[in-house]
Design a protein around this ligand. Structure first.
Ligand code: ADP
Length: 682
């Protein structure tokens, strides 16, 4: 028996491994089974090249549980005593402490850095044995034992069969790894698609109401998963079935893309566009990353472009440096190439479906939209490809490419400055009457009700030439697209004011909403009253909701315009009726108001340009008392008008109708409206 010290420069590395890598303990199983797979694959290669002439036999890798042991057994090429010395005993830990300190939370980085796969066994074991016999002729079987100190022993073994057993004596604080269910779950996570059969215990079956073991090995993996096969040999059903295996709870996918590259890097995989039932379901980290069929991670950020992390499926590449930290990954040139390649593949596939089967593409657009929008918003090179197949949907459920849509609206929707105005709605029902008004004017209205459409609108305004997006309810129809400078006769200022005061006084209080009331000549056939919301303010608020650092806008109330149509008979009637009923009380108030105001103006004019100390005190006093008087008179006038308006059912009915049209009439106000309506009918 031989004794020796493992070649570690840091005195005792194992407690360190254990301490720092606590959260990732479970990967020991992946590392050991991967080693077993490697040893098996190497033997197969030797055999196929004629360098190994014996029988390969059954190459299944077995995982077995003892009372306090976990054993991984393979029938691969085994190790000679010299090889153990070379590959297991000599590990160079230069600068180990610094590195461990830096990457203490990243077991992959540490294992990769030190080539530490085998030693990860010490994360869970207090003692490890290797019992092995090399495939080489005349090789002696050996047993290596190490208890986690730098000391090991190496002795002869009576093993007769070729291959290796790695026996872990599980540490007291890692007893969970002695549970069948825990190991079973880990094998399913890490080993499900390994290329060599891996068996864990025996298959079970139900007999007489009990589960009993059969004689057959319980192989837990699929050694030739779908992505390793030739796309030409696969049918749609195969892809769908594989998807169901991966995501048993998900709906059928929309499309899939089978990736297969050999140069300049190796990459295989299948990416699926999932069907997203609701926005909430949109989750990242569904793509699984494999390295030669060994599961590595399901967080692929940095490897695939951000927007593609919304896809599902598997990627397998031996060229992605898996055992390194994330920040390193992002600067790796292979990874960058892979990311560019995947983007291109995805857009090529979408482009070809669009070209060859536009009908199908349109049918699936609602589900696809979120991916394509996200891609266009976050990835310049994807926008450049997607702009030819991304679609715009109008409120009649027709679909157009960006170019097609431009051609469609160019004639009717270019304003006097040559800007193309894209009209949109984000809710077909709520904005129904505005959409109808626009359509009857020969305009087309887009439906922009997607989760990302607020941002898409801004993006398109920047990308498309000389254009502006405006929501269909952001102004009265004649002002949505201004064709020539307005020459509408305006209502005289006095009447504007009267209408404004009356309607303001009767508006129910709505939380976080403010109204600006104006009168405008909109034509006899337009609605007597309507509510609009300026595009700019609304969009600022919407952006504030999705972007941080804009909360100033988010907290502001919503600003609406209540627009009275001065051409409409009902509005004209209100004005003439008001005049008849209020003239007598208002005339004297108005006279005083006018007198007060002209005296005020006179005084202000004479004070113009004078320094404060040069103005006589008496004059200052007079001015401030005039201001006060004016305010009082104004209030009196407003009161007369408000009292009148309160008794005018048409004023209140019109306000309520406008609110109702915009879904803003609720609670008591809605109830009052209903009662008043019934009265008015009767
Ligand atoms: P790596 O696998 O990254 O080289 P490991 O520490 O996991 O590093 O293993 C070191 C070496 O030990 C391997 O390269 C291999 O030569 C040998 N080895 C480990 N496990 C086995 C096994 N089950 N059968 C044969 N050789 C093995």
């Amino acid at each position: 028996m031989q004794k020796g010290n493992i070649g570690v420069t840091t005195e005792n590395i194992f407690p360190v491994i254990k301490k720092f890598l606590y959260s990732d303990h479970e990967i020991f199983l992946r590392e050991l089974v991967s080693n077993a797979v490697d040893a098996t694959q190497k033997l197969k290669t030797l055999s196929s090249m004629g360098d190994f002439k014996g029988e390969l036999g059954d190459l299944t890798i077995h995982i077995s549980l003892g009372k306090d042991t976990v054993t991984v057994s393979d029938r691969g090429l085994g190790l000679t005593a010299e090889e153990i010395d070379k590959y297991i005993n000599q590990i160079a830990f230069s600068g180990a402490n610094d590195f461990l300190e830096k990457y203490k939370n990243d077991a992959n980085a540490i294992i990769g850095h030190f080539g530490l796969g085998f030693y990860s066994a010490f994360m869970v074991a207090k003692k490890v044995e290797i019992v092995t016999k090399s495939y080489k002729e005349d090789a002696k079987a050996v047993k290596w034992t190490c208890d986690g100190s730098p000391e090991f022993t190496l002795e002869d073994s009576d093993r007769t069969d070729r291959g290796t057993d790695i026996i872990l004596y599980i540490d007291d604080d890692c007893k969970e790894f002695l549970e069948e269910s825990r190991i079973s779950a880990l094998l399913n996570k890490y080993c499900r698609f390994l290329p060599v059969p891996v068996a864990f215990g025996k298959k079970k079956e139900w007999k007489d109401g009990k589960q009993v073991e059969t004689g057959e090995d319980n192989v837990i993996n699929d050694t030739t998963p779908l992505w390793t096969k030739k796309p030409s040999e696969l049918k749609d059903e195969d892809y769908k079935k594989f998807y169901r295996d991966l995501y048993p709870m998900a709906d059928e996918p929309l499309f899939w893309i089978h990736l297969n590259v050999d140069y300049p890097f190796h990459l295989t995989g299948i990416l699926y566009f999932p069907k997203v039932k609701s926005n909430i379901e949109l989750t990242k980290n569904k793509i699984q990353l494999y390295c030669n069929q060994v599961y590595v991670t399901d967080s692929v950020e940095g490897i695939v472009p951000d927007f593609l992390t919304l896809l599902h499926g598997v990627l397998d590449s031996p060229d992605i440096p898996l055992n390194v930290s994330r920040s390193y990954l992002q600067s790796d040139s292979n990874v960058k190439k892979i990311s560019t390649y995947i983007t291109k593949k995805v857009s090529d596939r979408l482009q070809s479906i669009f070209k060859n089967d536009r009908k199908q593409f349109e049918e699936k657009w609602d589900d696809l939209k979120i991916f394509i929008d996200y891609g266009m918003l976050t990835q310049e090179d994807f926008y450049d490809r997607a702009k030819d197949f991304a679609l715009l949907e109008d409120t009649d459920k027709k679909y157009y490419t960006f170019d097609e849509y431009k051609t469609l609206i160019k004639d009717a929707q270019t304003d006097k400055d040559g800007t193309l105005i894209y009209l949109y709605a984000n809710n077909k029902d709520e904005q129904y009457s505005y959409i109808e008004a626009a359509k009857s004017k020969g305009y087309n209205v887009l439906l922009m009700d997607g989760q990302l459409d607020i941002a898409v609108v801004s993006m398109l305004e920047q990308k498309l030439e000389k254009c502006r997006f405006t929501r269909v309810d952001s102004d009265v129809i004649d002002k949505l697209i201004v064709k020539e400078d307005a020459k509408n006769e305006e209502l005289e200022a006095g009447k504007q004011e009267v209408l404004s005061i009356m309607f303001k006084s009767q508006l129910p209080k709505i939380e976080k909403a403010e109204f600006h009331i104006t009168a405008d000549s909109l034509g006899e056939n337009a609605f007597p009253v309507m509510i609009t919301q300026s595009e700019y303010m609304r969009r600022m608020k919407e952006m504030a909701n999705i972007q941080s650092g804009m909360s100033f806008y988010g907290e502001m109330p919503d600003m609406y315009n209540l627009i009275l149509n001065s051409d409409h008979k009902l509005v004209k009637d209100i004005l003439s009726d008001e005049n008849a009923s209020c003239e007598d009380s208002i005339a004297p108030i108005q006279k005083s108001l006018d007198e007060t105001d002209s005296r005020r103006k006179e005084l202000r004019k004479s004070q113009e340009g004078k320094k404060d100390e040069d103005i006589p005190t008496a004059e200052k006093d007079e001015l401030s008392s005039l201001d006060k008087k004016w305010d009082e008179l104004k209030q009196q006038k407003e009161k007369v008008l408000a009292d009148y308006a309160a008794g005018n059912k048409v004023v209140r009915q019109l306000i309520d109708l406008a609110l109702l049209q915009n879904g803003m009439l609720k609670g008591e106000a809605l109830n009052n409206f209903l009662k008043r309506s019934i009265e008015l009918i009767g």
